[in-house]
Design a protein around this ligand. Structure first.
Ligand code: NAI
Length: 560
């Protein structure tokens, strides 16, 4: 930042603080502006802080050291999570300074897996409100409720219904931990400014008896209505968002599978929105497949794919793989014919009567079978992707059959948590005699097999959605398309070096996540301009322009 632009910024800040009468304790309690012990003597004088803070004036780094020391005294990740939530409520800059200092360490604490435990116990560990809660009781009144949000320039709402939280099922209003965590990752992983981000929970009740009987549960104490009954309410919400926040993208997160598919199909062509469970998951799988194809020296369009699990994640991946095959030159029909699905009732084939609309295009002509091995032996897939929620289903005969079909069988075991993985990294490498190109939904440790080191990848959505969100944020995109997710996938895949791929690594190291995502965000933003989907003018240099808008966890000088 140049001296003159920082002066303008500072003057604006001083005026902002004065115009809002933010002084004294009010200022200390406003997390976005609070600097705590880092307020200078001049700022303490100007804003009525004298006597309200200990005399020492510290730097952000000194405060950060104290945070690290205090975190070190906690004995569980859930305690660290609670500490960090309170830090975010107290001092936003220090919170982001902390988690951005070591993403590989902090992301599993502020997000998956710790956030799962935090959601289970949400009503018990609750401290302060964050984001917005809109319940069925507010039907007909959603515009007025949204008007209560103090920020006018909301640019992304991450909204959950709590319908299917991670692999934990229906958690009702406890699901709020997810939109909060997802949006923190926008900022921590891709520098999206937190000011325009709004976590939101649509409370339709819950069918979870444990929660309904928990005296500390904070949500609506009723069971969920049918999907048909919800449509009018969700339509009202979506329309109210368009009116109140015209440049806002809606990120749907952790809705029940069928609801997720239904609402994505309902709105994706009409407004700027995406569903991370469907499109983000699919996109990170594409990133993995791009590198798997480089390792196998093959093209995606020539592969046979078998999806094991045909829920929202499986359908999203199957659709995105066909989109990616079409970008490689296949027709719709050709691409669809290469992707097969298998679910709890067996192979999806043309005589099945129990399929939903999104599954039918993948139900090809084949005799019915409930045995995965039989399906593998007739379809002969080179890519097998597990999103079934059932652990240990890729057993030794399955992995051996895949290894007979191709030289480098691609086996992704994405169900999580760990015990639900269809097979472990060690099993995949051992049973395939080191041939498998493997990724999981969780992080497995490195594997030594036959004198060689293998680095199993984690197909974590956090590689993708912050980058897409950054691009949507800066360009004020009109729509979010599959092509944008595929571009993010390719950009992510391109950041894995030959040497890393040699060891089986399919995704970039998490320690470098910020640069990875910003680079992917730049590629997606460039595509948005190319497709005329931006609502701002195209700058001369997209990279420089985008980097100039990134959030940095630094204090501003309020008084010069
Ligand atoms: P879902 O519940 O919508 O779908 C599960 C599917 O698996 C259904 O089609 C069901 O019929 C099938 N299934 C269940 N038992 C089966 C069995 N014994 N044999 C064959 N198929 C069976 O769940 P969703 O949302 O699609 O997620 C699936 C899994 O994928 C979850 O474990 C989730 O944690 C994981 N996932 C991983 C991601 C990642 O690694 N980035 C992202 C999203 C989901």
């Amino acid at each position: 930042m140049t001296k003159s632009s920082s002066l303008v910024g500072n003057e604006k800040q001083v005026r902002y603080l004065r115009s809002y009468g933010l002084r004294g304790r009010m200022l200390l309690e406003t997390a976005e502006l609070n600097k705590g012990t880092a307020f200078t003597d001049a700022e303490r004088g100007e804003f009525g802080l004298e006597g309200l803070l200990p005399p020492a004036v510290e730097t952000l780094d000194q405060q950060h050291q104290r945070v690290i020391q205090q975190l070190g005294q906690k004995t569980t990740d859930l305690e660290r999570y609670i500490y960090l939530v309170q830090l975010l409520d107290a001092n936003e800059t220090l919170f982001y300074r902390t988690i951005m200092s070591d993403p590989a360490y902090f992301l599993p604490i502020v997000y998956d897996p710790t956030v799962g435990e935090a959601c289970l116990k949400f009503g018990h560990i609750y401290r302060r409100p964050r984001g917005m809660y809109i319940s069925l009781k507010q039907k007909g009144n959603i515009r007025a409720v949204l008007a209560n949000w103090p920020e006018d320039e909301v640019r992304v709402i991450c909204v959950s219904s709590g319908g299917r939280i991670l692999g934990l099922g229906d958690l009702g209003a406890n699901g709020m931990g997810i939109p909060i965590g997802k949006l923190e990752l926008y900022t921590a992983c891709a520098g999206v400014p937190p000011k325009g981000l709004l976590p939101l929970l649509l409370d339709f009740g819950t069918n979870n008896r444990v929660l309904l009987n928990d005296p500390l549960y904070l949500g609506l104490r009723e069971t969920r209505p049918t999907l048909e009954e919800l449509d009018a309410f969700v339509d009202e919400f979506v329309e109210a968002v368009q009116e109140r926040f015209p440049n806002c993208c809606i990120h749907f997160e952790d809705w029940k599978g069928t609801d997720a598919l239904h609402y994505l199909a309902r709105y994706r062509e009409k407004i700027c929105c995406f569903n991370d469970d469907i499109q983000g998951t699919a996109s990170v799988v594409i990133a993995g497949l791009v590198n798997a194809m480089r390792i196998a020296k093959q093209n995606l369009k020539d592969q046979q794919v078998l999806m094991f699990g045909a829920g929202s994640a499986g359908i999203g991946i199957a659709q995105m793989i066909t989109s990616a095959m079409k970008l490689e030159g296949l027709s719709d029909e050709q691409a669809l014919s290469r992707v097969w699905m298998f679910d709890i009732n067996g192979l999806l084939e043309s005589t099945r009567q129990d399929l939903i609309a999104e599954q039918k295009p993948f139900a090809h002509s084949h005799s019915p079978t409930r045995k995965l091995l039989d399906a593998i032996n007739t379809i002969r897939p080179s890519i097998l992707i597990g999103v079934s929620t059932v652990g240990k289903t890729f057993n030794q005969p399955v992995v051996e059959a895949m290894s007979e079909i191709s030289e480098r069988p691609v086996i992704f075991a994405l169900s999580n948590p760990t015990e639900k993985a269809e097979c472990t990294a060690e099993e995949a490498y051992r049973w395939s005699k080191g041939k498998a190109v493997y990724a999981a939904g969780v992080q497995f440790p490195p594997v030594h097999y036959d004198g060689k080191l293998f680095l199993p990848g984690q197909a974590n959505n956090f590689y993708i959605y912050p980058a897409v969100a950054l691009a949507v944020y800066v360009t004020r995109a009109k729509r979010v398309t599959d092509e944008m997710f595929i571009e993010a996938a390719r950009a992510t895949a391109d950041q894995v070096t030959d040497e890393q791929r040699e060891k089986g690594l399919l995704f970039p190291p998490q320690s470098n996540i910020f640069e990875t995502e910003v680079a992917a965000g730049e590629r997606v933003a460039t595509l948005i301009f190319k497709r005329n989907l931006a609502r701002v003018d195209e700058p001369k240099n997209v990279g420089v322009w985008l980097r100039g808008m990134l959030y940095k966890p630094e204090y501003k000088n309020y008084v010069l």
